[in-house]
Design a protein around this ligand. Structure first.
Ligand code: ADP
Length: 460
């Protein structure tokens, strides 16, 4: 089964966030199941360093951004035989993956190039990811089966929308464009096109698949998602269990596994030093996150005085919204012995927090899947979560973590109190840690679910 993955990112070649991780990991698992995956991305300048090879195929498209042809290059996903095709055109060939005012134009043009490629190279099905590829199912018009995966229904402000006249210039059927209430009549939401025209749609956790059919989580897309409910499923993302492995992780001072969780204390001692704290038996609550409203850091700040009274120590690593960064700096000044804030992106410190904390906080307002809670569990660190989306699907209340079911400071505090009580009953706490570390969050079982979807699409 030849499957074309179309995406804006792939880890490690062009990673911005979680989307890249999925595209870098899922094809590797699918290959074990007999699928022949090929990945297709725009050729960004950052690919120059891997010296992709030009292939003997040029796609003639419409004139856009100064050229009407796309050259194709190929490289491989590192340490694999998975082919990565790269579409090169002046509008795509930029330093960064995203962040340009014309991003929607760029990816719309990329989608047109993909449609042209699909007329030249034969694939059994196309697996499109996120708004960047939303126009592909529209343009395919059923010629090849398509699966559209939504990683985030709320792309960053201002992206994922495009004017109808641009779509017309690109030669796509404007009369068929799906409409939503979040744009004026001159524009369209690109995610909506994928949702309406793909043969099947999925998102990255079963609970989020239900949530996005409601206005609370799905916003203007909810009615469309609801109308596709028969063809909409959720498949939980996995984590790379080779990278996130406490037994081999060189970022932490003491390696350990599920059978030697007692050694985790050495990492706690190290984390205390990193935070400039004295050695103590007080529980450490860790958090590693983008600082956006979604992630619920405000609730932790609101609860801080109470948490300090209960001798909890909190360490937060993150970057993002300057207002949230400032709020954290302020509260850190008030409680220097209990609250440590690192405003930066630091993959090594992140691992030290996953390994050295006793609990991991994920009070997200919404969370399509979430990786932090899975990484924490793999490191024997008990998550405390607001059970939405993938948090609900991956954390079992009172068995592998704690839930607070309504998003409020008080409910959050009740959960943290239960967690701290458990922590002081070391036998019960150790049991929960073991249950966490024994969970299987590898990509294997999710890859099987994607294969089932592919088979379903091909059987039609
Ligand atoms: P999202 O994709 O919404 O940002 P996830 O929980 O799915 O949230 O994944 C976030 C990933 O990024 C995790 O692996 C987390 O450890 C990592 N991460 C987030 N912020 C930082 C940071 N400041 N430094 C290091 N790693 C970070």
């Amino acid at each position: 089964m030849k499957v074309l993955f179309v995406s804006a990112e792939v880890t490690p070649l062009a990673k911005v966030g979680g989307l890249g991780d999925v595209i870098g990991a899922l094809p590797k698992e699918l290959i074990k199941l007999g699928v022949e995956p090929t990945i297709l991305l725009p050729y960004y300048k950052l690919f120059d360093k891997v010296k992709p090879k030009k292939i003997n195929l040029t796609l003639e498209t419409v004139n856009f951004g100064g050229s009407d042809s796309v050259e194709l290059f190929e490289t491989y996903l590192p340490d694999t035989k998975i082919r990565v095709l790269l579409a090169k055109h002046p509008i795509l060939y930029r330093e960064e993956v995203y962040g340009y005012p014309d991003d929607s134009d760029r990816f719309a043009y990329f989608s047109v190039a993909v449609l042209k490629l699909l007329k030249t190279i034969k694939f059994d099905l196309v697996h499109c990811h996120d708004w960047h590829t939303g126009l592909i199912p529209l343009g395919l018009a059923g010629t090849i089966p398509s699966l559209f995966t939504i990683h985030n229904v709320h792309p960053d402000e201002g992206v994922g929308f495009l004017r109808r006249d641009v779509i017309k210039r690109l030669g796509l059927p404007v009369d068929k464009l799906a409409t939503t209430k979040d744009v004026d009549s001159d524009s369209v939401n690109l995610l909506a096109q994928g949702i309406v025209y793909a043969d099947r749609v999925n998102t990255v956790s079963p609970t989020h698949a239900k949530e996005i059919q409601t206005t609370k989580f799905g916003g203007a897309l909810a009615p469309l998602l609801k109308s596709r409910s028969q063809n909409l499923t959720g498949i939980l993302n996995g984590i790379d269990t080779e990278i996130f492995n406490p037994a081999t992780d060189r970022s932490i001072v003491q390696q350990y596994d599920v059978k030697t969780l007692d050694k985790k204390i050495i990492n706690k001692r190290d984390l205390e030093k990193v935070c400039d704290w004295s050695e103590s038996d007080h529980p450490i609550l860790g958090m590693v996150t983008r600082l956006t409203e979604q992630k619920g850091v405000d609730i932790v700040v609101a609860a801080a005085p109470e948490l300090v009274k209960r001798h909890a120590r909190i360490v937060i690593l993150g970057t993002g919204d300057p207002n949230i960064e400032n709020m954290l700096r302020q509260v850190e000044k008030r409680y220097p012995d209990n609250l440590k804030v690192f405003i930066k992106f630091d993959a090594i410190l992140a691992q030290k927090i996953y390994a050295g904390s006793d609990f991991f906080l994920m009070p997200s307002r919404f969370e399509p899947c979430g990786l932090g809670q899975m990484i924490a569990m793999r490191y024997g660190t008990v998550p405390i979560v607001h059970p939405v989306g993938g948090l609900k699907d991956s954390v079992i209340d009172n068995k592998t973590g704690f839930w607070f079911t309504s998003f409020s400071r008080n409910k959050f505090l009740v959960s943290v109190s239960s967690a701290i009580n458990l922590y002081h009953h070391s036998h019960r706490y150790n049991l929960m840690q073991q249950q966490c570390a024994s969970q299987d969050f590898s990509w294997g079982s999710s890859a099987n679910k994607y294969l089932d979807l592919y088979k379903l699409l091909l059987s039609k």
